[in-house]
Write a protein that binds this ligand. Structure first.
Ligand SMILES: [Zn+2]
Length: 80
């Protein structure tokens, strides 16, 4: 079976096996996007750090750190 999915950024249709899975945190939420290779490139360019993680949909996903620009700093030592 060759299902097609559309990229969540540009809307291009791709077969499922060509999609790239990207995860990142938006505040406290974990966001997952399925992107084409072009959009993945863009996302990675905008991010400060990328690491490989195990995806839910794909075996290999890219985890994006969006860098210090967000301004939302979590201070350690305030648990409890
Ligand atoms: Zn795309």
């Amino acid at each position: 079976m060759d299902q097609t999915f559309s990229c969540e950024r540009c809307g291009r249709e791709l077969s499922r096996r060509r999609l790239k899975e990207v995860v990142y945190e938006e505040g406290r939420h974990r966001i997952r996007e399925l992107l084409c290779a072009n959009c993945l490139d863009q996302v990675m360019n905008e991010s400060s750090r990328v690491r490989g993680v195990v995806g839910t949909i794909r075996a290999a996903a890219a985890h994006i750190d969006r860098g210090p620009a967000g301004g939302e700093r979590v201070s350690m030592g305030q648990r409890g």
